[in-house]
Design a protein around this ligand. Structure first.
Ligand SMILES: C[S@@+](CC[C@H](N)C(=O)[O-])C[C@H]1O[C@@H](n2cnc3c(N)ncnc32)[C@H](O)[C@@H]1O
Length: 376
């Protein structure tokens, strides 16, 4: 077994993720779209998966080898004893990132690894696993850069942004781990009175409730990849979960409020909040933030307003962004903080306030910005 875990995240979130890792008591070094953490034991894997808010996956390397061509890749993958990982013949998916002179197709490279696994298992057991790319029982990750290949076991599977409170359909929500990172970067604190004036399905509200109550983000998840690790110990895992529950703190009511204009999004929002079990602490209202009566003057406002692709929408949206700027200026209890996350540089300029900090982050291939404001 290799001695370093790789914890992946969205590019640009390495520092926030690293700080989280450090808070849990582990050292880290920064990598590309993730951090490396010296591997200790299975308990560490349970803790990282359960507690990290901004991570995507925790990967445990099973083999690292030189890889100049397809044959090296096949042989390297055969070097792992796969039998203990495939008890009961789980379905399989191999995710891959490949930058290589001759192996130019990452799907093909993943196929070579899959063939090696299937050939080995067929020889030993007479059975071979089938592939399920959308909902695999067992997830592997292949990484090839600079003629070095690493095959890792995905201890998270499915990825950690899937917290277990999401209601599918309709609105385009932010990924939960990105929303948590934006709250942290924006300077959100448990004592803040928060308002999201364009709250959609409520991702900021629910992630803020989790941060303020010190709730482990993975606590509602029905499954983790590490359940399939040959050394998985149910009792030890239950203890890690019980410790997390003990660390939760009671939230004060009346500190989280969201406004959503669309009736469809509002119905999804209500259901997501209920599923997250924070109904008593998160209040929401259906309407326009420009005319909505507020329950309090917020000390922290965060929003991910729409950013139209069509030019015809730009004028209307420019007005919306300017109104958000006014909302930040006029409705907050000073000193306060504001944070706006948008995929449009042009629209962000319409907010009309001096930014304190800017972060450029890639969100689903779109270059987005988090702009923060200090309001005095
Ligand atoms: C990009 S989505 C927000 C997604 C949200 N962050 C999430 O994770 O689900 C923007 C939302 O702002 C809402 N919205 C647009 N204008 C609004 C207004 N004037 N007042 C309240 N909500 C508005 C839209 O209906 C939409 O649901």
């Amino acid at each position: 077994m290799m001695n370093k875990l790789f914890i992946s995240c969205l590019p640009g979130l390495e520092d926030v993720l690293g700080q989280e890792v450090e808070k849990l008591g582990y050292a880290f070094t920064k990598g590309r779209a993730g951090v490396f953490v010296p591997y200790q034991d299975m308990k560490q894997i349970y803790i990282l998966n359960l507690h990290l808010r901004t991570a995507s996956r925790v990967l445990l390397p099973l083999a690292t080898f030189r890889c100049y061509d397809k044959n090296d890749l096949y042989k390297g993958a055969l070097g792992v004893n796969w039998q203990p990982w495939f008890k009961g013949m789980p379905t399989l998916a191999i995710d891959s990132f490949v930058m290589h002179k001759t192996l130019t197709n990452s799907l093909f490279a993943a196929q070579v690894v899959k063939d090696a696994i299937c050939d080995q298992l067929k020889g030993k057991t007479g059975q071979r696993p089938s592939v399920d790319t959308s909902n695999p029982d067992l997830g592997l990750h292949l990484y090839i850069v600079d003629n070095m290949a690493t095959v890792s076991f995905d201890t998270s599977n499915p990825p950690l942004h899937q917290r277990g409170y999401r209601i599918e359909g309709g609105v385009a929500p932010l990924r939960e781990n990105l929303a948590a990172a934006l709250l942290i970067l924006g300077g959100y604190k448990a004592e803040d009175r928060l308002i999201d004036p364009c709250c959609g399905s409520g991702t900021f509200l629910i992630e803020a409730a989790m941060i303020a109550s010190n709730t482990a983000p993975g606590i509602l998840r029905p499954t983790f990849g590490f359940y399939r690790h040959p050394d998985f110990n149910e009792d030890e895992w239950q203890k890690v979960k019980a410790d997390a529950l003990k660390q939760e703190v009671k939230l004060e009511p009346g500190k989280l409020f969201g406004i959503e204009e669309s009736v469809k999004a509002y119905s999804i929002l209500k259901r997501a909040i209920h599923k997250s079990k924070f109904d008593r602490w998160i209040a929401v209202s259906n309407g326009d933030f420009r005319t909505m009566e507020l329950p309090y003057q917020p000390t922290f406002v965060i929003a991910n307003p729409p950013y139209g692709i069509r030019l015809s929408e730009m004028e209307e949206l420019a007005g919306l962004y300017a109104d958000l700027g006014d909302f930040l200026k006029q409705k907050t209890h000073k000193p306060a903080k504001g944070a706006i996350f948008t995929g449009s540089l042009e629209l962000s300029k319409c907010v009309g306030l001096k930014t304190a900090k800017r972060y450029v982050l890639s969100n689903g291939g779109i270059e987005c910005r988090l702009l923060t404001y200090d309001l005095y």
